[in-house]
Design a protein around this ligand. Structure first.
Ligand SMILES: Nc1nc2c(ncn2[C@@H]2O[C@H](COP(=O)(O)OP(=O)(O)OP(=O)(O)O)[C@@H](O)[C@H]2O)c(=O)[nH]1
Length: 347
């Protein structure tokens, strides 16, 4: 027994030492690439260094081999692709387990409470029927005791019920926190639009709901965005991304689902409409971006005009979301190769 306790302690100590070692290596890795120790970076680095996510390690190795930047965008992409779904699944699983448990407990409690109230009522009624002057006095005393016992049981039930109601309240709060967590996991923090994960879940849900209508997909991409970043810096690049997201959000009809699915790449699932209406929305967004004039705040430098290319595809019978997206993406490619700053409708 002592032996196995020692073994367990030694095992625990070994694991703790290994975790410490990983923690140091994570910090080394993040510092070496100029990355902050933000939870997202830490999670990706941890998944890589503890060997639990070979796909993340392979992507990191490939990025290094190809000499591509090991930056915040890359870390966010890895998190989105490999870890976000896990976090959502875990959060939703925990939430529904807690809720199921509490629903079951409350049901049982209500049944127990109803049972003991009935018991009390029936005893009350029977005691009332006994004759106090008759030989049943003894019976009445016994029944009185039973009533007291039932009352006590009912009181302790009340306390239990109150406790469980508090627990139920807490579970509801937990459920709403989990819902908030889920929303955050599906949202791009820079623009507030749905992210790639949100696209996979939310857009797919709306797409399935609109199975009968001819909805449309817009795929939008900022032109020469690398040049914007290289010329004015990453912070201005971020402002440009936010401005495009704002224009998209303001100019799409109600019921449309906008997402930022990549760095400077956006998509919108439009509710059922004609090709002219879909292209009209795309054109409005393109024009509003073309007209934008930004000035860098700290030195009042005027940012050169930037533009947007858009591919549009109409949903056809039997289309799945991916097929529709790909046709819109091909149309975008033609818009780019045709000179950019234009809208192209897929054949
Ligand atoms: N500022 C900023 N830049 C980002 C972000 N995500 C990706 N990028 C940058 O976006 C740029 C994308 O460049 P490319 O894919 O070469 O495309 P492009 O320069 O827009 O060229 P075309 O699409 O062909 O017109 C890269 O420089 C990325 O580093 C982000 O969140 N913020």
């Amino acid at each position: 027994m002592v032996h196995s306790d020692e073994q367990a302690q030694a095992g625990g100590a070994h694991m703790a030492a290994r975790e410490d070692d990983i923690a140091f290596r994570i910090i080394d890795l993040l510092l070496a690439h100029g990355l902050s120790t933000a939870p997202l970076h830490y999670a990706v680095a941890h998944a890589h260094l503890d060997g639990s996510h070979p796909a993340i390690s392979a992507a990191i190795d490939a990025q290094r081999t190809q000499g591509k930047p090991f930056d915040a965008c890359f870390m966010a992409e890895l998190y989105e692709e490999h870890l976000a779904a896990e976090a959502i699944r875990h959060a939703c699983g925990v939430g529904s387990d807690v809720a199921r448990l509490l629903d079951g407990l409350l049901d049982q409690l209500q049944q127990a409470d109803a049972g003991s109230s009935n018991f009390k009522a029936s005893l009350d009624e029977n005691i009332g029927r006994l004759d106090p002057a008759g030989s049943s006095q003894h019976l009445k005393t016994v029944a009185q005791r039973l009533l007291e016992a039932a009352l006590k049981a009912s009181e302790s039930n009340d306390v239990l019920k109150q406790n469980l109601e508090v627990a139920d309240q807490e579970a509801r709060q937990l459920r709403s926190e989990l819902a908030r967590h889920r929303r955050e996991t599906l949202t791009d923090p820079l623009t507030g639009l749905l992210n790639r994960r949100g696209m996979e879940l939310e857009m797919a849900r709306v797409f399935a709901d609109e199975a009968d209508g001819q909805s449309a997909m817009l795929v939008l991409d900022i032109d020469h965005f690398k040049h914007v970043n290289d010329t004015y810096g990453h912070a201005v690049g971020d402002v440009v991304i936010r401005k495009v997201a704002q224009a998209v959000r303001q100019l799409i009809p109600e019921g449309a689902v906008p997402v930022r699915y990549g760095g400077e790449e956006f998509a919108v699932l439009l509710p059922p409409c004609s090709p002219e209406q879909a292209c009209g929305v795309a054109e409005k967004i393109r024009r509003s971006i073309e007209k934008l004039r930004l000035v860098r705040r700290h030195d009042k430098l005027a940012i050169a005009q930037f533009t947007l290319s858009v591919g549009v595809a109409m949903r056809a019978l039997g289309d799945d979301l991916e097929g529709l997206f790909q046709r819109a993406d091909q149309a975008l490619y033609r818009a780019k190769s045709g000179g950019r700053n234009q809208v192209m409708l897929a054949a």
